[in-house]
Design a protein around this ligand. Structure first.
Ligand code: AMP
Length: 187
């Protein structure tokens, strides 16, 4: 099965994806991680990306669409994908549909972690103590939240009509969210 998990920064996408990956034997495709890898490896693309990410802006659709292609066409990962942080724009959502149909796949479950701004700020403050990310400071967080809401609203409208769409209350405890998602995936 292929799964999309989406929601604003700090909604717990990464945490929930990690859990599902282990329990259901999937591969996590995090565009945030793919982008940070480019920065870490100091590729040509990485220099542009570093600039964009540290300001809380989104990477261009061209960049992310290119980065996920490899994973989608990897035969070992076929029908075992969980998308974390992708798609974040309507263009990306349409591109994902196209790449999946070209590789004879589809999306089986879409989870939207709906979470309010206060919860996000608290969670990201906590994450700062565990891992150092240049985009985890209060101003950037709020910018990322606003950018997300603006750009991702059309994605929400696009997927919410789908019968495999599930909205989950992301303000709840991590284990409560995990068991809800696991239950849906197990039926
Ligand atoms: P994340 O780790 O998912 O919170 O992503 C960190 C940052 O990477 C975001 O704030 C964006 O700047 C960038 N990013 C991640 N995924 C995407 C995407 N699908 N489209 C555009 N930018 C992205």
């Amino acid at each position: 099965m292929n799964v999309i998990i989406f929601g604003p920064p700090g909604a717990g996408k990464g945490t929930q994806s990690n859990n599902i990956v282990k329990k259901f034997n999937l591969y996590q495709i995090s565009t945030g991680d793919l982008l940070r890898n480019e920065v870490k490896n100091q590729t040509e693309l990485g220099k542009d990306i570093e600039n964009i990410i540290s300001k809380g802006d989104f990477a261009t659709d061209e960049i992310v669409n290119e980065l996920i292609k490899k994973a989608i066409f990897d035969p070992n990962k076929k029908n075992k994908l969980i998308f974390d942080g992708y798609p974040r724009s309507l263009n990306q959502a349409k591109n994902l549909n196209l790449l999946l149909s070209n590789s004879d796949q589809k999306i089986d479950f879409i989870f939207f972690l709906n979470v309010n701004k206060d919860t996000i700020i608290k969670r990201i403050e906590k994450r700062k103590m565990l891992e150092k990310r240049s985009d985890d400071n209060p101003n950037t967080i709020l910018k990322r939240y606003d950018t997300y809401m603006e750009t991702t609203k059309p994605v929400l409208d696009f997927y919410s009509k789908n019968k495999n769409f599930y909205e989950i209350n992301g303000d709840e405890e991590i284990h409560v969210i995990s068991s809800k998602i696991e239950h849906i995936l197990s039926v």
